[in-house]
Design a protein around this ligand. Structure first.
Ligand code: F6P
Length: 320
């Protein structure tokens, strides 16, 4: 049994990270284990921005987006010297295990730290991209998808009023999950994702045919990894002759009060992570599969690439 653990958030923030940290903290305290918070991701670990937490430190945060611990992407931690310094700062405080909430880059850092130092580490998937291998859900993806859906509903009003094509660019540097589920739920005619090549010339021909058949307006969702709305929009306008506008949602989709799903899932994952690390488990990341909490080998999770479900890609085309 570990007696003292730390928790941190790292990489891009996602709604529900606070709920996860709250659950890790309160579960550990409930077990009589000391909990430390690390501020600002791996930066805070290196700069000793580490504080002991009580239950009240995680009060009033479950409803908030972002992460009250702060987060960062840290270059120094990518060196062996940086990781050794981080490890020493934890050991100096008697910290025996670490829970890291973050996306694939942050979990990769955690995996390396654990391999190099032997520090027990448990990961939780925190990213709106939903791109961690071995699981169907990451903390924050539901809220982000709903934020995009809300934007699509609004864009639909104005697209319909003007009979325009609207191209909406959403996040997803290397994963099209957000674009795909938001596009399907928002009724987009076209969804472009990095996982699937597309032929813009052909799409423009199809759009012209759509209008000739009587379609009043068209919504296209583009994952940033598939292309820029600011470049795709003008091409569509030129090739189709249809009035076209573009919109980029940007970091709006990273913020906001977490949905019920993100709060409950993050809380469940946080509890699992705390109990696992306290019992001495290491090198695992918890996620959901078929609605159940599963533990995935951390190394496997960070070395494999999650694929976009082909049945979603098929469905998007059938329903368009
Ligand atoms: O990694 C998650 C993500 O949301 C990506 O989809 C996006 O490209 C990136 O974060 C942007 O992050 P930032 O601008 O904060 O570095």
């Amino acid at each position: 049994m570990l007696k003292s653990i730390a928790v941190m958030t790292s990489g891009g923030d996602s709604p529900g990270m606070n709920a996860a940290v709250r659950a890790v903290t309160r579960t550990a305290l409930h077990q009589g284990v000391k909990v430390w918070g690390i501020r600002g991701g791996y930066h805070g670990m290196l700069d000793e921005d580490i504080f002991e937490m009580q239950s009240k430190d995680v009060s009033d945060i479950i409803q908030r987006g972002g992460t009250f611990l702060g987060t960062a992407r840290c270059k120094r931690f990518q060196t062996p010297e940086g990781r050794m310094l981080g490890y020493k700062n934890l050991v100096d405080r008697g910290i025996q295990g670490l829970v890291v909430v973050g996306g694939d880059g942050s979990l990769r850092g955690a995996s390396t730290l654990s391999q190099e130092t032997g520090l027990p580490i448990v990961g939780l998937p925190g990213t709106i991209d939903n791109d961690v291998w071995g699981m169907e859900y990451t903390i924050g993806c539901d809220t982000a998808a709903n934020t995009i859906l809300d934007a699509m509903n609004k864009l639909r009003d104005t697209a319909s009023a003007h009979r325009r094509v609207i191209v909406l660019e959403v996040m997803g540097r290397s994963s099209g999950w957000l674009a795909m589920v938001a596009g399907i739920s928002g009724g987009a005619e076209y969804i472009l994702v990095p996982e699937e090549p597309f032929d813009l010339e052909q799409i423009c021909e199809n759009m012209k045919a759509d209008y000739e058949r009587g379609k009043r307006y068209i919504l296209m969702v583009v994952a940033e990894g598939a292309g820029k709305a600011s470049e795709i929009g003008p091409i569509i306008a030129e090739k189709t002759g249809i009035d076209t506008r573009v919109s980029k949602l940007g970091h709006i989709q990273r913020g906001g009060s977490p949905s019920v799903i993100d709060r409950v899932n993050a809380s469940r994952l946080g509890e699992h992570a705390a109990l696992a690390i306290i019992s001495g488990l290491s090198d695992i990341v918890f996620g959901f599969n078929r609605g159940h909490v599963v533990s995935i080998n951390l190394h496997d999770a960070v070395t494999n690439k999650k694929q976009l479900d082909p049945s979603l890609m098929r469905l998007a085309k059938v329903l368009a």
